[in-house]
Design a protein around this ligand. Structure first.
Ligand SMILES: [Zn+2]
Length: 54
């Protein structure tokens, strides 16, 4: 599973690959990594948190 998203490290749109998913009481927490630089972010349901270190 992959998605297109802005990467703050590359400073452009990149393909991010899903590396893990965890179901929590808040919803489904999914970790993604940039295929170019390995920058990670976390998405909980449909909310992306690029500041979180995945
Ligand atoms: Zn990147």
């Amino acid at each position: 599973m992959a998605l297109e998203h802005y990467c703050p490290n590359c400073e452009e749109e990149r393909t991010f690959w899903q590396v893990a998913s965890t179901t929590m009481h808040l919803g489904e927490k999914v970790k993604f990594r940039c295929e170019e630089c390995n920058h990670g972010f976390v998405r909980i349901d449909d909310v992306v948190d690029t500041s979180a270190e995945a």
